[in-house]
Each structure stands twice: as C-alpha cells, then as structure tokens.
Design a protein around this ligand. Structure first.
Ligand code: ATP
Ligand code: MG
Ligand code: MG
Length: 375
C-alpha cells in the first residue's frame, strides 16, 4: 500500500512500477517523453521535470524516488521539504558528478582508481603521470554506457581528447588492470534497516553492459568485502532507498582482504541487477520500492544461478534493424524476455533476456546458446 512517485519514466521506472503493483503500491511517473517505457504501467504525468503542476502531483505521493540521476536540481529543490525524496539530494549530488563521487567514496573509506580533476588547461600538465601513465578521460557529468569517455596514453592524446569533449569538466582516471567487474546493490530504509542484493559479475562490450552472471566466479571473501564497502558508503552518504556500486576486482595481491576498487555508484536499481527479476528470489525493483516507502526489507538474492543479456540496437550492413527473434527466445528453457517498448535506434538498450538454470554448468551452456541468438 502506498503511492510512489518516480522522476523519469524509462525502462527502470517501467520495471519499478511492475514490481510495485503486486505490493499494492500505486505509481506515478513524471516524464516529458510521451513514448517513454513506463507509460504503459504507471500513471504518466507527461511534462518537463521542472513543471510546477507535475511536481505538485509528485509532492502528493508518500515518497519520491528516481530512475536516472540527471534530474534537474530545480526539480529536486521544488520537492525538498514537501515529500520524502529517496535517495536524498545530497547523495544525488555526489553520485552524479564523478569527481565529487570519488572524493566522497574515499572519505567513506572506499578505494577508487587514481584520478585527477581536469577543469582547465593547466590541469592537463602532469595529469597522466599522476594516474600512472595511462588512463581514461571521462566527462564529470552526464556520461553513461561509456559515452563521453576516451582512453589516453600520451599527453598529446589527453589534450586532444579533452578538447574533443569541448573542454567541459572531466576526470582523468588511471587505467585499472582489473580481473573482473562486479556490482552490488544496497538498500537502506528510513529507519536504518540495511539489505543487500547479490554480488554479480559483469562483462561489457563497447562500453555497454552485455552480460551479468550470478553467482560470480570470485575468490572467497569477495562478497563480504563488497558488502562492507557498500555498508560503509551507504552509512556515510546517509542512503535512504537503494543504490548500486560498480567494482573493479584486482588480481590477487599481497592483501587478499582489499581486492575491490569502486568504479562508480548509481543511486538506484542497476542494469546488472535485472537478473533478480527471474532468479526466484526478491528483485532489486521490489527492494527499491520497499526501501523508499519504508516497508520491511530483506536481502534480494536469486535462489538459482542466473544471468542477463542486454539487447542493444544493432544495424545490419544496410542500416536496417537486426532484431533478435523475441518470441522464439522467450520460449527457450529458462529464458524470459523483457522488452522496454522503445523505438529502435543503434546502440540503444531495447530490452534484456534473463536466464535461469538449476546449476552453473547448465547456466553456462544455455548462456552460450542465448548469446549466439542476440546480435
Ligand atoms: P554506465 O553505463 O555503467 O553508467 P559509464 O558511462 O558511467 O557507464 P563507466 O562505468 O565509468 O562508464 O565505464 C564503463 C566501462 O569502462 C567500465 O565498466 C569498465 O569496463 C571501463 N572502465 C571505466 N573506467 C575504467 C578504468 N579507470 N580502468 C579500466 N577500465 C575502466
Ligand atoms: Mg555510470
Ligand atoms: Mg558504469
């Protein structure tokens, strides 16, 4: 029971609404795009995020959450003090800016890649040496799916990359020689109850998440380390609601207790958590709804080995969509198709396929079959 407001009406809002309905929760989204995915399963206030009457309607909800971090600060300010915003504005301000985020992670005791803020020509001098000689330049704000990023190996490449980004504020990160990428969700209710999602292993292709797998193939103690870091950051940042940490796992070193660096934090459910929809346990979407509305929490861990494969718009050589056979994939053993009702565009996330299996060997085998069917 309750009424949840969501800033943004994309696929994450769609899936939050689908998880809220069986809990008896009504969902209203504020979203300017008339064709946004959540239009089909939530009340859709079709208006700009700063629209006064749209914000008034959200202020009448029991709590407001969000599905993307770049909501205009004016919208957040307009809701301030009228309705609980979870996560709150302070946490959002940290997580949407890569430099502030890394500083706040370090202040909470988490490790990150070495980094240098690049805000003027003078910051370029000595920056590469400062991060170990090779790095990735990222815009401090608005980047996702690897957009607004460039790998750089020389000072000249760094200068060119920064200029090509228009000289906007950036961060130069040292290139991390990670063994694998992992992620973990953490939820915290307004009363302070904390719960965790599964530790998931992620494989990216062209800067976009391609596959997530649970359980991850990691050394003993890794999940405990990830939870400790997530608990510390959630506490230090005063989390109310749900956030997801992306980690780089370093190759085994002298100290096996500190293998994880935090790459970035999403103040919400995460693409890598979609497999919790079909793993047999609670889902990340239900967890965010519960945490934001102050309902009782529990860890949301799949009961079976499971995986997720993203479906991204791919063009054939003639430029036409190369669509997978949705209906055929959906009836394979162990698969579930989730489509976002978005118009096709190259590079755009259009849906995902979850996969579940009774054991890891079967999961691996089914995953190989499934990946071959998705361009
Ligand atoms: P997302 O869609 O996850 O929000 P994003 O655009 O915010 O992506 P990042 O997560 O920062 O980008 O980077 C995308 C991917 O690029 C990472 O998952 C990782 O594979 C690689 N990457 C990013 N930073 C580094 C780094 N410092 N060292 C090595 N690889 C990196
Ligand atoms: Mg990101
Ligand atoms: Mg990322």
């Amino acid at each position: 029971s309750g009424h949840l407001g969501i800033l943004g009406g994309g696929q994450l809002a769609q899936m939050l609404a689908l998880a809220a309905i069986p809990l008896g929760v009504r969902v209203t989204v504020l979203e300017p795009d008339p064709l946004a995915p959540a239009r089909l399963c939530a009340e859709h206030l079709q208006a700009p995020y700063t629209d006064p009457s749209g914000l008034d309607a959200l202020a009448g909800c029991d709590a407001v959450t969000l599905e993307f971090e770049n909501v205009p600060v004016e919208a957040l300010a307009a809701l301030q003090g009228r309705v609980p915003l979870r996560p709150g504005a302070g946490l959002l301000a940290r997580s949407k800016h890569r430099v502030r985020e890394k500083e706040a992670l370090r202040a909470a005791g988490a490790r990150t890649a070495p980094f240098v803020a690049i805000e003027s020509e003078a910051d370029l001098v000595g920056a590469l040496e400062g991060v170990g000689g090779a790095g990735i330049l990222k815009t401090s704000e608005l980047g996702y799916d690897g957009r607004g990023q460039a790998r750089v190996g020389t000072p000249a490449e760094l200068a060119t990359a920064w200029a090509s980004m228009g000289g906007v504020p950036c961060v130069l990160e040292g290139l991390v020689p990670f063994e694998r990428e992992l992620s973990l969700g953490v939820a915290r209710s307004p009363s302070g109850q904390v719960a965790f999602g599964p530790l998931v292993e992620n494989v990216h292709r062209g800067g976009i998440l391609r596959t997530s797998v649970y359980p991850p193939d990691v050394p003993g103690g890794t999940e405990e380390e990830a939870r400790e870091i997530a608990r510390a950051v959630a506490g230090a940042w005063g989390l109310e609601g749900l956030m997801t940490l992306e980690f780089f796992q370093l190759p085994g070193g002298p100290d096996p207790d500190t293998r994880l660096l935090v790459n970035e934090v999403a103040p919400r459910v995460h693409n890598s958590g979609h497999l919790t929809q079909d793993g047999g346990g609670l889902s990340q979407f239900g967890a965010q709804v519960r945490a934001v509305l102050g309902l009782p929490l529990a860890d949301w861990r799949p009961l079976h080995p499971c995986a997720m494969v993203n479906v991204v718009g791919v063009a054939r050589s003639d430029g036409q969509p190369q669509e997978p056979d949705w209906a055929g994939i959906d009836v394979l053993e162990g698969t579930r198709v989730h489509l976002y009702h978005k118009a096709w565009r190259p590079g755009r996330k259009l849906g995902h396929v979850n996969l579940v299996a009774p054991d890891l060997d079967t999961l691996r085998r089914r995953l190989t079959t499934l990946e071959a069917l998705i361009p």
